[in-house]
Design a protein around this ligand. Structure first.
Ligand SMILES: [Zn+2]
Length: 375
């Protein structure tokens, strides 16, 4: 059977990952690998990280009564807590925890709905609580065909992770997003009041495990740690790559760019924004992003073709002018004619291939496109 949990972020040190860790520690039965899933970032009432958790349980029917009791004593009281946001401009919803237990793994379709759009409640199994049941069920439904791993530790007191251990894990082949390559700032330790000491991401379980141990040896006291299989950096939230041509481009106050009144490129998106600003009317591009409020929030962009057209220069150095449709060009001064009506100049952007936001501005779900041989 599959157990899911979501939406327990709270003010008093709550964080769904820690609540789940404690639940796993208390379980009277064996269980499989813990899973951490990120879902559609625009979901209504989303809490801070939009993380939902799940695990396979090896238990019999008696687990229901045990979970019922655990829910009432430990998780239900978290309802209504408000998480402190790292983004003060974002409306925070009070936690509305949900827990689900399914005897059969829910259909993967439900996961895909919840990672790419707004999903509703799913029927069946045993369910506790409120809104969080959506994410909890979606996490249970995750097929995990494509996954990465994250080693998470929770702090007892202050958050301190040594520079030395950070450098060691950053240098490991199979870890990623440990440090912002530009600013050199460490990315494993979150900011703000949440109880996480560090979260280290890797492409294999073994490397997540090894990296966690290195960080644990070089950090302040922790409550515990765990390795989660995750859908982070899988690109699961993106359905398709869109190809289009620039018809209009608008530069908004603050540096945001709007292309064709449809593609929204935020100033915080770094290279993505630079490319959007660089594009001209007539250029073709590809992009990936999520649709929200009829606009695509662009999170990756690639220039396909950018060509500037100019009339050729005459031998005398003056630019030739058209004599009318289909009639070639002529120098306005010495009247020399030419059949070459246009000279095309290919513009090359500063980034060839996919541009993505800086490491710390990417979505948890965002896949590193430059490393994908398919792109
Ligand atoms: Zn001339």
């Amino acid at each position: 059977m599959w157990l899911g949990l979501d939406d327990t972020d709270s003010l008093e040190g709550g964080c769904t990952t820690l609540v789940f860790h404690e639940l796993l520690n208390a379980l009277p039965c064996d269980y499989g690998e813990p899973r951490l899933t990120r879902l559609w970032p625009f979901a209504a009432q989303r809490t801070r990280g939009n993380a939902s958790l799940s695990v396979e349980l090896y238990a019999d029917q008696s687990i229901i009564a045990w979970l019922d009791n655990y829910w009432n004593e430990n998780i239900a009281p978290l309802k209504g807590e408000v998480a402190i946001s790292e983004h003060s401009d974002r409306l925070q919803y009070p936690a509305d925890p949900g827990m689900t237990l399914f005897f059969d793994k829910p259909s993967a379709d439900y996961y895909w709905r919840a990672v790419r759009g707004e999903a509703g409640f799913v029927e069946g199994g045993h369910q506790w609580g409120g809104h969080g049941r959506i994410g909890a069920a979606a996490s249970c439904a995750w097929p995990a065909d494509n996954s990465t791993w994250e080693g998470i530790a929770w702090r007892k007191g202050p958050r301190e992770v040594s520079e030395e251990s950070l450098t060691l894990v950053d240098n490991m082949e199979e870890t990623f997003l440990c440090r912002d390559p530009r600013t050199k700032r460490g990315l494993v330790a979150p900011r703000g009041p949440c109880p996480v000491m560090f979260g280290v991401r890797a492409t294999t379980f073994d490397s997540a495990s090894k990296a966690s141990q290195i960080l644990l040896d070089g950090c302040a006291e922790t409550i515990g740690s765990r390795i989660f299989r995750t859908n982070q950096a899988t690109g699961d939230h993106i359905d398709t790559t869109i190809a289009d041509t620039v018809h209009t481009k608008l530069l908004l106050k603050g540096g945001h760019v709007v292309i064709n009144n449809r593609y929204l490129v935020f100033s915080e998106s770094g290279d993505v924004n630079h490319i959007a600003q660089w594009l001209d009317v007539g250029d073709s591009f590809e992009c990936q992003g999520l649709e929200y409020d009829k606009q695509i929030h662009v999170e990756a962009i690639k220039v396909v073709k950018s060509v500037t057209k100019q009339r050729p220069l005459c031998e005398c150095g003056i630019r030739m002018k058209s004599m009318g449709q289909g009639q070639g060009v002529r120098c306005p001064k010495c009247k020399l004619k030419s059949d070459i009506t246009w000279l095309e100049d290919v513009r090359t952007p500063s980034i060839s291939g996919w541009a993505q936001p800086p490491a710390d501005k990417r979505r948890h779900l965002a896949k590193t496109l430059a490393l994908d041989p398919k792109c």
